[in-house]
Design a protein around this ligand. Structure first.
Ligand code: GLY
Length: 522
């Protein structure tokens, strides 16, 4: 965050600052995001008053087939059997996304933006407690590959909090990208090393090729926006399910009074709106460049009103199913059951020009594929696809296809009022991202919490029926009333990493106390 703040203080834009932040994060929080991963970026441009999104999601290799994650009998692989190794590695998007954001919105010399990360990589950085805990918790998988083991277990001992670590290979990779742009990553020796690492991963080789890397491109897409109260909540459309699912939840809640954050009925409404939205997500949401999707229909106010009407009772809905949004296509999809674990990182930035940036960035699972090359980890993003190709005889929209981008839950969001941004927000957390972001927006808008309170607020998340209630935080007292309403309640840790900026007369930042981020600025 300090690296980004320095860029802003020297006249840089939010896009410039993001590059400094992302490259430092790839060093000091390597388990969550980095050059070997992908990201989605939402940009509000102060000069034009417009919003754009950049899709830097990983793509499936051209040699991938829909049965990529099935065994010889057509059975889905175990999750970690698929994750660890080369099979799960998609073509990284983050280096190209940084370059495209800089090309569109940067004002600072490209090469200089890599200096903070290069300096830290060469001089050494202190391992954080979270990074150390993550390494200790993943020892077996991290030690499967020599290069990964050597970095995270030097001399056979796990890195501990406070250890000073240098990463000369990362510094060298950054120097090459600084000098020659993203091409230095997508072609030539770095690309060759990535491909070799993936294709020769012991036990689980993948199919990524030099052509996949050479062909990779970032897509600019329109944001998906949904009205909530007097606001427009805007974010990342397909291939992310983030904005559509957050938008559906809020769009349904428009019809209800949820002003009491401690009332069980408030959580019944939020929880069942979320279940209904997740049912649609499981059936319809995927990469719309590859499969037809009722994108507009899913957030059409008339459709959301019919879904909201289902919430009019007093108890938890006994069951939920996908709805039938308006759609000019006759395809019937099967329901997806992808496995999604918490991971990822989030960056929110507002600059002195009034531009706002919300970017969620990931290598998917903690430590991604566990493959380490040239000083960074490679993603396992392809396991965000459905391992099964069909359900009940119908094709699954989010099945693997060559060149396709796996469905994401990442929900980088900018909330607008009267055409101007008022809140920049997002979070890591796998498919719980959607609940974290929706709840924090509700906390800020409906419950009047400032951004710090909103991101720290006790979480309750309902995706598929079970109510996850955050352990050890005051609203855990809702366990009994929610059980009485008919929910199965699961009291658990909920590791969000919300980062938000409220834009008013001044900027107010909030950083999630559950992670290691901070909010700084002036
Ligand atoms: N891999 C996390 C997400 O895209 O949702």
């Amino acid at each position: 965050v300090e690296a980004g703040a320095d860029v802003l203080a020297n006249g840089g834009t939010a896009a410039d600052a993001m590059i400094a932040v992302q490259t430092v994060l790839g060093l000091v929080e390597p388990q969550s995001s980095g050059l070997g991963g992908g990201a989605f970026l939402v940009w509000y441009d102060a000069e034009t008053g417009t919003m754009t999104t950049l899709d830097g999601r990983e793509t499936a290799p051209l040699a991938a087939s829909p049965t990529l994650f099935q065994d010889e009998n057509g059975e889905p692989l175990g999750f970690f059997d698929a994750v660890v190794g080369g099979l799960s590695v998609g073509t990284p998007g983050t280096p190209k996304l940084m370059e495209e954001a800089h090309r569109r919105w940067g004002r600072t010399n490209w090469a200089g933006l890599f200096d903070p990360a290069i300096t830290l990589a060469e001089n050494g950085f202190a391992v954080s407690p979270r990074m150390a805990d993550s390494i200790a918790g993943d020892a077996d998988r991290l030690q499967r590959f020599p290069a990964t083991a050597e970095y995270f277990f030097p001399g056979g001992t796990a890195l501990s909090a406070g250890d000073m670590v240098q990463n000369a290979d990362y510094a060298d990779t950054l120097r090459q990208i600084a000098a020659r742009g993203a091409d230095a990553f997508y072609t030539g020796p770095i690309a060759e090393d990535i491909v070799t690492t993936v294709r020769t991963a012991p036990g689980n080789p993948g199919v990524l090729s030099a052509l996949d890397l050479a062909l990779y491109d970032v897509a600019a897409r329109d944001p998906v926006c949904v009205e909530y109260r007097v606001y427009d909540v805007c974010g990342m459309g397909p291939p992310s399910s983030g904005a559509l699912t957050v938008g559906q939840i809020l769009g349904m809640l428009n019809a209800y009074d949820i002003s009491d954050p401690n009332a069980a009925d408030t959580w019944r409404l939020i929880g069942d709106a979320s279940r209904l939205a997740f049912a649609d997500r499981g059936r319809y949401m995927a990469d719309s460049d590859f499969v037809p999707m009722p994108t507009k229909g899913l957030v059409d106010p008339a459709y959301l009103a019919t879904r909201a009407a289902l919430l009019a009772g007093d108890d938890a809905l006994p069951e939920v199913a996908a709805g039938t949004p308006e759609w000019d296509h006759a395809m019937i999809w099967g329901d997806d059951a992808s496995i999604e674990f918490p991971s990822t990182s989030h960056i929110s930035i507002v600059d002195s020009y009034g531009n706002a940036l919300s970017m969620t960035t990931t290598i998917e699972n903690g430590f991604g594929s566990r493959l380490f090359v040239r000083g960074f980890l490679l993603n396992n993003e392809l396991t965000d696809f459905s391992f099964a190709t069909h359900a009940d005889g119908y094709p699954i929209a989010n099945r693997v296809e060559p060149g396709k981008r796996p469905r994401s839950s990442m929900a980088p969001t900018i909330v607008m009022k009267d055409g101007a941004p008022v809140l920049v927000i997002g979070s890591p957390g796998g498919s719980r991202i959607i609940g974290y972001v929706a709840q924090a927006i509700i906390a800020h808008i409906d419950w009047g919490m400032d951004v710090q309170q909103a991101v720290a607020d006790a979480h309750l998340v309902n995706r598929f029926g079970t109510y996850d209630v955050e352990a050890g935080i005051d609203r855990v007292t809702l366990e009994a009333p929610l059980t009485d309403l008919g929910y199965k309640v699961n009291v658990t840790d909920l590791n969000s990493g919300l980062h938000a900026i409220a834009i008013g007369d001044k900027l107010t930042g909030g950083a999630d106390p559950r992670r290691e981020g901070v909010a700084i600025g002036e």
